[in-house]
Design a protein around this ligand. Structure first.
Ligand code: BG6
Length: 491
């Protein structure tokens, strides 16, 4: 669908996210001819740039993506404007409001606006208030507010932030973004489950013995130490992306494919979720921090040696935990979640392991035959694999596991859009389906409260284990599963 005429106003336009994700996503939408001629993108940050400087900076940053599409970029860059704004200064916001009126006239965007807060989370509340005070959020049909993660630092701060944001805008104007929900493969979980008959009847505690959700990265903290030091893997990945994947995997079928119906089901799953051991949470969580590693040609620094990181830092770059979804469908099925930086592979996947057959009639050709598994590959090589047993050729009746593959690339021949392409378009089209509602965000924080309290009050009870860069996290994380007689999948 073509985006409706409007101005997209990006606060934090000099930051990483703008040139790494937002402008590339908007350029992609332009190439897909989904940006109307009545459109404007207004970058705002404290730097005193001009429109032309902003255009030039973006051009340099996106040079790889622009290469071969220079003419299209030149046309696209006419949509880019820049206004120096410090959201803490009310006169800046008033000036912005005037500038937006001018751009509205020039671009014929009729006061229709999406405000994107890509600023430090410390400024979400004051930023919303500033926009509200300037009257920029007054018309719920014409103004939308997109807020990046992390939304809050814990349950109580998320609740407080929700209250403030909801006092500035109506809930249906607020789009809390979690870019994992924009990933094709995360949305595919819904289609796989609810557009086929064969999965739903077995998608429950009667057939599934455990679920593993992994998001691993090879990169380290990069140049984001300032943010990451006060965040860590729990707040950066577990509470949001990982937990949203859990919600989509575990939710009940919605009555309709409508935003509120879907968000109701996700919220219900999160409200029913709890740590496997809430009273002694150290039994169901392992934290780690990467040390040095790599090889002779690529020596990698440990986290504490990275620029901007405290040399005694106790920020976790790896976290693994065990969660139960305490409802009729999932009672007793462990969900193991793990995420970390500087692991050997960039990978996102959800592994559903089915229960073993009641009687083994056949001998297996492998030493440890695994039960059936359905592996949903979120990234890379998006798709799914189903592992099942077949007869091994030749005399006798031995069984052997094989894999049935579905790959997005092979079936559809074109790479999927980045999550931000989908989500930016949806927000600008006022479709909140793939955005997290206030109750979901709060429930996700509540789930991890026992861990956050430990980390904040008695961190020694939740030690940080060191792991060598480019290994699968601290060895202790294996024990989280081996206690239950299972193992992390090592793809
Ligand atoms: C972001 C986190 O939300 O997600 C980053 O802040 C992380 O630390 C990134 O690297 C991972 O996203 P993706 O899409 O590359 O898996």
């Amino acid at each position: 669908r073509v985006i409706s005429p409007q101005c997209l106003v990006i606060f934090g336009a000099s930051g990483d996210l703008t040139h790494r994700k937002l402008i590339p996503a908007l350029f992609e939408l332009y190439l897909q001819r989904r940006i109307p001629s009545e459109f404007g993108i207004v970058g705002c940050a404290r730097r005193p740039w001009t429109d032309n400087e902003f255009r030039e900076k973006m051009k340099v940053k996106l040079s790889n993506k622009i290469s071969g599409k220079e003419t299209e970029w030149e046309q696209f860059s006419n949509y880019l404007f820049y206004e120096p704004v410090d959201l803490q200064q009310s006169d800046h916001v008033v000036r912005l409001s005037k500038r937006l009126n001018e751009i509205d006239k020039k671009q014929a965007t009729h006061g229709n606006r999406t405000f994107y807060l890509s600023v430090s989370p410390n400024f979400y509340a004051s930023g919303c208030k500033a926009l509200k005070e300037a009257g920029l959020l007054d018309d719920p049909k014409k103004s939308r507010l997109v807020i990046e993660k992390p939304f809050g630092r814990d349950y109580s701060s998320a609740k407080k932030l929700n209250k403030i944001v909801q006092s500035c805008a109506e809930e249906n104007q607020i789009y809390r973004i979690d870019h994992y929900l924009g990933k094709e493969t995360v949305q595919n979980i819904l289609v796989l489950r609810f557009a086929n008959t064969i999965f739903e009847p077995i998608w429950n505690r009667n057939y599934i013995s455990s679920v593993q959700i992994t998001s691993s990265e090879t990169v380290g903290v990069e140049d984001r130490a300032g943010y990451y030091e006060s965040s860590g893997a729990l707040r950066d990945m577990l509470q949001n992306h990982m937990t949203q994947m859990l919600a989509v995997t575990a939710m009940e079928p919605p009555g309709k494919f409508e935003p509120e119906a879907i968000r109701n089901e996700k919220a219900k799953v999160l409200q029913a979720s709890k740590l496997a051991d809430e009273n002694e949470p150290w039994n169901c969580c392992i934290r780690g921090q990467y040390g040095e590693g790599g090889n002779i040609s690529n020596q990698l620094k440990g986290y504490r040696q990275e620029d901007g990181v405290n040399s005694n830092s106790t920020t976790e770059t790896y976290i693994a935990t065990k969660v139960f979804v305490d409802n009729w469908r999932w009672q007793g099925v462990p969900f193991y979640l793990r995420t970390g930086k500087r692991l050997p592979k960039r990978l996102g996947e959800i592994v559903l392991t089915f229960k073993d057959v009641p009687v083994h009639l056949f001998e297996s050709t492998i030493i440890n035959p695994a039960p059936n598994q359905l592996i949903l590959r979120i990234q890379p090589n998006e798709g799914a694999t189903f592992k099942f047993e077949v007869k091994s050729p030749g005399s006798g009746m031995k069984s052997r596991p094989v894999e049935m593959e579905f790959s997005y690339d092979e079936s559809f021949g074109e790479p999927s859009d980045e999550g931000y392409v989908r989500l930016l378009a949806d927000a600008m089209l006022s479709d909140p389906t793939l955005f997290t509602r206030s109750d979901e965000v709060e429930a996700a924080w509540k789930l991890y409260t026992p861990l956050i309290e430990l980390m904040d009050n008695s961190p020694w009870k939740l030690p940080i284990y060191n792991y060598e860069s480019m290994t699968w996290g601290p060895p202790e994380s294996d024990q989280l599963l081996s206690k239950d007689n299972i193992f992390w999948r090592r793809p």
